[in-house]
Design a protein around this ligand. Sequence first.
Ligand SMILES: Cc1cc2nc3c(=O)[nH]c(=O)nc-3n(C[C@H](O)[C@H](O)[C@H](O)COP(=O)(O)OP(=O)(O)OC[C@H]3O[C@@H](n4cnc5c(N)ncnc54)[C@H](O)[C@@H]3O)c2cc1C
Length: 379
Amino acid sequence: MNFNYTEEQLMLKDAVRKFSEKEIAPLVKWMESEKRTPRDLIKKIKDLGWCAIQYPEKYSGTGNTYVEYVIMQIEMARVYCSTACTISVNGMLGANIMKFATEEQKMKFLPEHLYGEGIGSFAFTEAATGSDPNALRTTCVRDGDEWVINGEKVFITNATMPGLMGIFCKDVEMGGKCTNIIIPKGTEGYSTPRIYDKMGMHGLEVSDVVLDNVRVPYENTTGGEAMRGKGFQVLLGSTQIGKLSVCAQAVGMAQAALEEAVNYSKVRVQRGKPISNFQTIQSLIGDMATDVMVAQQIVLATAFKASEGKELAADAARTRLFTSEAVHRVASKAMQVMGAYSYTTEFPIERIFRDAKLTEIYEGVNEIQRLIASTDLLR
Ligand SMILES: Cc1cc2nc3c(=O)[nH]c(=O)nc-3n(C[C@H](O)[C@H](O)[C@H](O)COP(=O)(O)OP(=O)(O)OC[C@H]3O[C@@H](n4cnc5c(N)ncnc54)[C@H](O)[C@@H]3O)c2cc1C
């Protein structure tokens, strides 16, 4: 067992950190106020190959693993979680294609998906279903060589941007079983009527999607005929990867919160000395550093397991539970260290505190993760 980063992993970590600090950090203020992500920022990230990390070279990937993917996500989220998340949702659709699509579909969709102008979306949630997959209402009906899709999705990330979207539908001819279909966003009948105004993650574009007689080729069924009606399998496979991204984002934000608190404690003077001299501050920072260390180790271990193609459900749920609650604790304690200034927009910590809350909610709420975390033990 070797716990050290390889030379290549260190280079990637360093490159993502430098890029994030130089190219993303100066845009954060704009993204927070405009509630958008500049399209050319996404293109720059894609051009660097960071949307292609976890894919084999055969499919235009860079041939690395989920460990390198997680390293990239941690470093990006350390600077701005919204951008890391925008990229990770592209990765969720990519995981769908990689795991379940036919060879022909991989060759057709992946090169553009990994390097093109657009950014992918993953559309499962509806008004009546966030945690209950059986309550889907969006339908797909076969009409000759085409699918006709009707319905409404809610809370869909990147839906306002061009690219591909994997939609989970109730397949009418299959008695309502779930089928996953890949559509190009912007196809006739596709619209995004409402963009959400959120508590945090302002750079993440999230909207409702209306599908009004959207027609796409029947051959866009993810995995072809063999996977028709097996959409829940697709959902479970890709949300495990989605969860891994959320864990990495939690680690990146926790790392940033810790760094901010440590730096502040060394310069803030009370009673004639930096507050880092007070045991109360040392104790808070000790707790935070412990959470960051454990969170980082378990996310890398789960990423390693994902790279080996091992069954991930329970591990991903446990990792998600720990990391999301850890970043919550760390951000809150960082605010205690920084006192009143932490509550102002002068310091990024108030944004991290708001952004961190989402890690306990999306990709399946933590209450559901607690149930999944016990499945392999109680089987
Ligand atoms: C910023 C943001 C981006 C998102 N992006 C996407 C996206 O790109 N694609 C997408 O498909 N979705 C997306 N979502 C949706 C997100 O994944 C869902 O909101 C999430 O899974 C929770 O669903 P819900 O809000 O309907 O919660 P509900 O299912 O209504 O759950 C509410 C509460 O009820 C309890 N509960 C519900 N069911 C159970 C149960 N079986 N057992 C125990 N307790 C239960 C839990 O305590 C839970 O917290 C996004 C959401 C947000 C906020």
